[in-house]
Structure formats: C-alpha cells, structure tokens
Design a protein around this ligand. Structure first.
Ligand SMILES: Cc1ncc(COP(=O)(O)O)c(C=O)c1O
Length: 512
C-alpha cells in the first residue's frame, strides 16, 4: 500500500456469497420445495386467509441480527404458505396457467446465481447471443416466417421481456413514433388504437402509457354468434368512422386466444384491413401462442407473415416459470430507433461495430434478466416432442372435461372450446321451466357466481369467471404441470357436488 494512504479498510467477515454456505442453504431450499410439491394437494388451492392476515403474524420491524435459513423456512411454511393460492397445484384451473418445471425453476436459479445484467452485448456476450439463438429456435418451433428471425439477416428478430404489457408498451411506442416522425408530434391526439372488446386490458393500458388519448381507444364489439372473434367488417367500419373524422388509425392488437374465452381473431383478414391504412398489427397470443408449436394448432396464426409483431407468454404454458414474454418483430430498426439511448457510460467498441445486438434498445428498461438461460434449459431438457405432448395432454383433458359438462343437462358450454380452456355455466333447464325466476339472465348469473364461490371457498379446486355478452361464465383452464386426468374427474365431481347442494337448497327455499 502506498505510504500516503492512511486508511486501510478491514476485511469483511460477513460473506453473503460464501460457496459452502450457499451449498448448505441451497439444499435446504430445494428440500423445502421438494416437500412442497409432494404435499401441494393438501393445501386449499385458493388461499383462505383474510386481508391483512400477515400483518398480524409478522414482526413490525426488520431484524437487527441474522436469522437462520431454518427459521426463515419454518416461517414460510407457517405464515407464507397459508397466504398462497397454489398455482402449481394440479387442482388449479383459474385464470390461465403459470406452468413451471424442474428446468424452469433450475433455469431461474442458474440465471439468478450467475446474475448478470446483459443490457448490451459487452455486458455479457453469452446472455445476448443465447437469447438471439433461443428466440430463433422458438421462432422455428412456431413455424414463424423467416422474416421474424435473426438468421434471415433482414432486421427481424426476437427478444425476451417480462410480460405482454411490457411488450405492448415497447411496440405501441414504436408504432407511435413511426407515424409521428412523418406527421409531427403535434398530431399525437389523432392516433387511434384498435382491438376488440375482448382484447386484454394491457393493450389499452400500454397505449395510455404511450401517450395515446383514451378517447382514441376502440374496443370493437364482438358477439357470441362469432365466438367473440373480431370481425374484419366491424374493424373496417370503426376505422372508416375515425378516418372520416380526420383521425389516424395507428395500431391493431389482434388476439389469438383471448383471456376471457380463448377467442381467435381471423388475423389474416384483419391484417388485410389494417394494411390498407398502413397500421401496425401486433398479434397477442399470450396463452395460445404456446400451443402453436403443435402443427395441428399452427393454423390459428396463419397470416402471421403480414403482421408487424407477435408475442406469447412462455410462462403461461411452456413450463418456463414466471416470467418470460417472447416477442418478435420484423423490423427491429424501428424498435431501436424509438428505444435506443447511448449515454457515454455505456459506449463500447462492440456497439460501435454494429455487429452486435444490444437488447437494452429493444425494451423499456435498461437492465434485464438472463431469461434465455431458463428457456434454453426448458427446450433442451424436454425437447420439442415432449413439449408438444405436454400441451396436447392438457387439450385432451379439457376435451374430456367438456364432454362431462355436455353430458350433464344442467350445464351448457357457452362458447366452443379452442384449446384447453372450457367456458361453461350452470343452466338448469328443468329448474328454469318450473321457476320463472331463473329465466332472467341476472338470476342465472347470480346462481353461477354462487356456485363458483361455493366451490372456491371449499378450497379443493380453484376456477375463475368472466363476463361475456352479460353472461357470467365459469372458466376451467387446464394447464397446471401436475394435472392428470384423475384430477379433472375429481374436479368435475366437486363441481357436481356443489351444484347438487345449491340447487337442492334453492328448490327447498321455493317450497317445492
Ligand atoms: C391474451 C392475453 N394478453 C395479455 C395478457 C397480459 O399478460 P401480462 O401479464 O404478461 O402482461 C394476458 C394475461 O393473462 C392474456 O391472457
């Protein structure tokens, strides 16, 4: 040490990354999770706690001194697990799945362990290069046109983000700038965003963040008669009406697998309409995009070649664990023109060479997770064939459930099933004919809401609902990694039991 430096720091005795301690605690955590998966079916699927339950159980202040992993894991078991709705339970049929796997969890662990922040190529070349390779692999598995891949070398390619909402913010902002660069920023209030009334709320939220006036969001009406798919003529009419008012059609979010009912918009035809107005078309296939790796389902994205961007959530149904939204664009230069920032502290020779991808310029945030490591593990660990059979297995189980619903004449299927989501409701015709009361939609809705709450509060299975054309719909989404056919039979028996009890109570209360 040089003579004129007076201060000599003392060696840190605290090492929060001590390798042997990492191994010891790591095994404890894996053991904990192993036991969790083995006993997951004994927990109520939907958490049964009351709001504020945890405040009452945990200390008001953080500890001054270290606590052992054993103590912390015990508290997770005693206090956190009761407040968990068990998404990985085989009896979880709520929302859409958030499937995980050994490869998904260990991929997350590896990424967290290696812990890099690959915002540009030089900050971790493998993180960037692996992401581009895996995105091309996935594009190939989905049979996306080559124009969406890096391998074609024409500016197309893919990026991994956290969520669809993040993807839509990046994409709508890009589409906005593409137009404003031509017509001037003063015209931002003329830009219009289109989707159907089934489009996920994240599209309009993203448009709001991108500065598009909420008066200019068009949720074009869909109907049960068309299985809630956006009709090209309805889109055209909405666009015409806006153009007549001097507004400028900017962006269409086309849906492949809507959140409520898995409706599939006819994207090729919608694309033709949108292209007449030079609009950007994004295909949101957050859920159903996963199953497009199966050739027999790939037709739902026929026409993708004329779209500008496409995304699906691999954390929904691809064994990937939260989070990973895979997004492809045909022309990355428009994306990077909007999202690129080059402050001095990030400048480097690789970027200047223009031979590398700097993913910070493809997304909203600067820092980013090493998601491709996880996706690489998932695809390699299971292979395309196993992934396909996993997804097909869920569709089969959903078809089996649907058959049981159809056979019970107290129920009806509300919209035809496309994938592994069954949309149904209690529609007890025999009871209706005797009790005028149930003829009203509102009463039927109340009955179905009561049935759902009765099922979910019992905790043996968990489903959620939606409302379409004023109909309260029960959603049964098969997709949990651990679900097997006997779980589906069990779920159906559970639904029937609750139905028997509720209908018996109703009939008794009417005195017949
Ligand atoms: C069709 C569709 N789009 C978008 C989203 C929103 O996804 P994220 O939470 O990744 O933003 C969902 C969520 O379920 C969805 O089903």
């Amino acid at each position: 040490m040089s003579d004129d430096i007076k201060h000599e720091p003392s060696t840190l005795t605290f090492n929060p990354l001590d390798p042997e301690e990492f191994r010891r605690q790591g095994y404890k955590v894996i053991d904990f999770l192993t036991e969790y998966y083995k006993s997951i079916e004994k927990y109520p699927v939907r958490s049964q706690v009351e709001p504020g339950y945890l405040q009452k159980r945990l200390p008001k202040l953080a500890p001054d001194d270290p606590e052992s992993i054993e103590t912390i894991l015990k508290d997770i078991h005693n206090h956190i697990i009761p407040g968990i709705s068990h998404w990985q339970s085989p009896n979880h049929y709520a929302y859409y799945p958030c499937s995980t796997s050994i490869a998904g969890v260990l991929g997350e662990t590896l990424a967290a362990g290696i812990s890099v922040v690959g915002f540009n190529w030089i900050s971790s070349p493998a993180a960037t290069e692996l992401e581009s390779i895996v995105m091309d692999w996935l594009a190939n598995m989905l049979n996306l046109p080559k124009s969406f891949t890096f391998s074609e070398g024409q500016g197309g390619g893919g990026v991994m983000m956290g969520t669809t909402c993040e993807a839509l913010i990046a994409i709508i902002t890009t589409a906005r700038d593409r137009v404003l660069n031509q017509i001037g920023c003063d015209n931002i209030n003329k830009l219009v965003i289109y989707g159907s009334d089934q489009t996920h709320s994240s599209c309009f939220k993203s448009a709001k963040i991108a500065g598009i006036s909420p008066n200019n969001f068009r949720s074009v009406k869909t109907t049960r008669a068309h299985a809630f798919a956006l009709q090209p003529e309805a889109l055209r009419a909405a666009i015409h009406s806006d153009v007549k008012k001097g507004l400028i059609p900017l962006f269409l979010c086309a849906n492949v697998g809507t959140t409520s009912t898995s409706a599939v918009d006819p994207i090729a035809k919608l694309g033709e309409v949108a292209k007449e107005y030079n609009m950007w078309v994004h295909v949101d296939a957050a859920y159903a995009g996963n199953i497009c790796i199966c050739p027999e389902f790939r037709h739902v994205i026929n026409g993708i070649e004329s779209m500008d961007s496409f995304s699906f959530n691999a954390h929904k149904w691809f064994l990937a664990a939260l989070d990973c939204c895979c997004v492809w664009v045909k022309d990355s230069s428009v994306l990077t023109r909007t999202l690129s920032m080059n402050p001095e502290y990030l400048k480097n020779k690789a970027t200047e060479s223009q031979q590398v991808v700097d993913y910070k310029d493809w997304q909203i945030a600067l820092s980013r997770r090493f998601r491709s490591l996880k996706m690489w593990l998932v695809v390699r660990s299971y292979g395309i064939n196993y992934l396909r059979s996993f997804l097909r297995g869920h569709v089969d189980m959903a078809a089996y459930f649907e058959e049981m619903v159809v056979m019970d004449r107290r129920f009806e299927i509300v919209v035809p099933r496309n994938f592994a989501l069954v949309c149904f409701r209690l529609f007890p015709v025999a009871v209706i004919s005797r009790h005028q009361k149930f003829l009203e939609e509102e009463s039927l809705n109340e009955l179905n809401a009561e049935l759902l709450e009765s099922i979910n509060s019992a905790g043996r299975i968990y489903m959620t609902h939606t409302l379409v054309e004023g109909i309260f719909v029960l959603r049964f989404a098969v997709g949990s990694t651990l679900t097997q056919p006997h779980h589906v039979s069990y779920a159906w028996r559970e639904i029937q039991d609750h139905t028997d009890r509720i209908l018996a109570r109703k009939i008794q209360s009417w005195g017949c």
